[in-house]
Design a protein around this ligand. Sequence first.
Ligand SMILES: [Zn+2]
Ligand SMILES: [Zn+2]
Length: 200
Amino acid sequence: MSDCTACQAPIGARFTFTTCQSCEDWMRDRLNEIEHLWLELPDFLERGTTGAGPRVSGGNVEAPLPLNGDVLDLAVSVYLRLGPHEAAIRAARHEPAQAPRPVAADESGTDLMVSRVLRSLRRNLPWAAEHVDLAELALTLRELAGEMRHATGNRPDTKTLNTPCPACSGTLLLHHTTRSVHCSECGRPVDPAAFTARAA
Ligand SMILES: [Zn+2]
Ligand SMILES: [Zn+2]
């Protein structure tokens, strides 16, 4: 019996896999989270901006805000840090390299590269969890998601809801970036629309 490549826990019944189910799910959540945070990143380019909030100005002269170096670094490094993992998984799977699609005038080449690499990682994740050592990818996803959360205001990732889980009365958690709700005890997902639906 072997251990999960990402968390080193015994892999149990999933013995044909390299990676346990909860690590696979966790990595999928981080890929979704990074995709959402990537879209928010440009709003935090100037230090002192809060995304949607008004800018701070001093007196009559509005001094330009200093640029946020963390955001600039991430704008470059998200692709550079995920790209090698994506290429390694595709190579292990003997998938041919994708022919690059030409960039349209109104889109950013970096946006395209980042969304392509995230899509490919998500698509190949179930296969990779069976065939590839995912320790390095898990580490990169943890660091990247943490840095992006920090650069976009460091909001807590989840909020505890007062409403108990309908299945087990456990604690429900709202995940801000993936906009999903799930029970921290039984793991059951709850449709957020159920909270606002009126009782018939
Ligand atoms: Zn694991
Ligand atoms: Zn529950």
